[in-house]
Design a protein around this ligand. Sequence first.
Ligand SMILES: Cc1cc2nc3c(=O)[nH]c(=O)nc-3n(C[C@H](O)[C@H](O)[C@H](O)COP(=O)(O)OP(=O)(O)OC[C@H]3O[C@@H](n4cnc5c(N)ncnc54)[C@H](O)[C@@H]3O)c2cc1C
Length: 383
Amino acid sequence: MSKIFDLFIIGGGINGAGIARDAAGRGMSVCLADKGEIGGATSSWSTKLIHGGLRYLENYEFKLVRESLKEREIVYKIAKSISKPIPFIIPYADKIRPAWLIRLGLFLYDNLGGKSNIPKSKTFDLKKKFPNILKEKYKTGFQYFDIQIDDKKLTKLNAQDAKRNKAKILEHNKVKKAEIIENEWVISLENGKKIKSKVLINASGPWINETLHKNIKIKSKKKIRLVKGSHIITKKLYKADIAFTFQNTDKRIIFVIPYKGKFSLIGTTEVEVNSPENKGISKNEIKYLIKSVNNYLKKQISTKDVVDTYSGIRPLIEDFNKASKVTRDYIFDLKVIKKLPLLNIYGGKLTTYRKLSEKVLIDLKKFLPKTKKGPWTDKKKLF
Ligand SMILES: Cc1cc2nc3c(=O)[nH]c(=O)nc-3n(C[C@H](O)[C@H](O)[C@H](O)COP(=O)(O)OP(=O)(O)OC[C@H]3O[C@@H](n4cnc5c(N)ncnc54)[C@H](O)[C@@H]3O)c2cc1C
């Protein structure tokens, strides 16, 4: 008789890989399948920040920011080899946000997460500290720190550690069908194999509802909004090892971040799309990002300076707000069908994947075998 896994995970993005690591490390038997490469989708198309999300404070998302700041500390500690703190500077821009609001936001950002090893924010004279980078009209800078990380490596390291703890990790193997046969989930893979499991997790990122409808044949009550976010990459625009947070007149913000030594990473846009399939950046998005940079930097750039681009699709939980205001938090949708659980994971951020994974195991506790080990991923380094 073929083996019955405790847990089967559809999707090897950061969320699927994080759950696989946590569960396998507690001694559960885990199988994960991805239709592509581990970390090959949204989890390698992010802005590559482990951050609290300063701008979510404006939407009063204190719980999300607090959890993200706490996770920033932990993820930096367990993944030091692939991450580093970088200073972000917000140039004060007349008529967009008042200085007191930025100061208040930074005060909360410094303190909401509790004790931190990451430097606190400060205000300074931009021209004295970083002359000749910004246009003359930008005089005051607010500095805070966040963590830059290799997102794809973070995902791969989680999957590798799961593998070390005997998880079965399958790449280039789409889940074609998942159905209940005789008190078990039976998962049919693209390679023709069938896998049995007690618990099924749908962590297929922007494909979440497609997987649910087409492959598991269940209707979802949760609506999502697919929002494309794009980045452009140019040769390094200035020498200093600092990032900028530029405020646009539409109230959105754009980051300019040092990237792979010689480059600057600039993003992101927010464009609603109908399909999870990633069609890449549009001309309008490139124009928008170039314009945002040219509003601030002395050095002006054009499309000729763009050496590369990438885009990712955010599956945001529909709450009928403007895209930039829709929550970046995650929610779980647990369905119990013929006594067997199916957990769908909606939304989320790279930053909160570890906590999300822990919460998944708490929510599924009664369906999973009892193991001696409790939460452990906040202490053990990824390598
Ligand atoms: C432009 C952009 C910038 C972002 N920047 C940041 C940031 O700086 N910091 C931050 O914290 N968060 C950021 N995020 C959010 C973060 O990237 C995502 O929350 C996270 O990567 C989502 O991971 P996931 O595992 O849910 O999805 P994904 O990484 O998309 O993984 C889902 C996986 O499921 C697989 N799959 C789908 N269907 C099937 C199937 N039927 N069978 C098998 N496999 C299947 C796919 O191949 C894919 O690999 C950003 C997102 C975007 C789009």
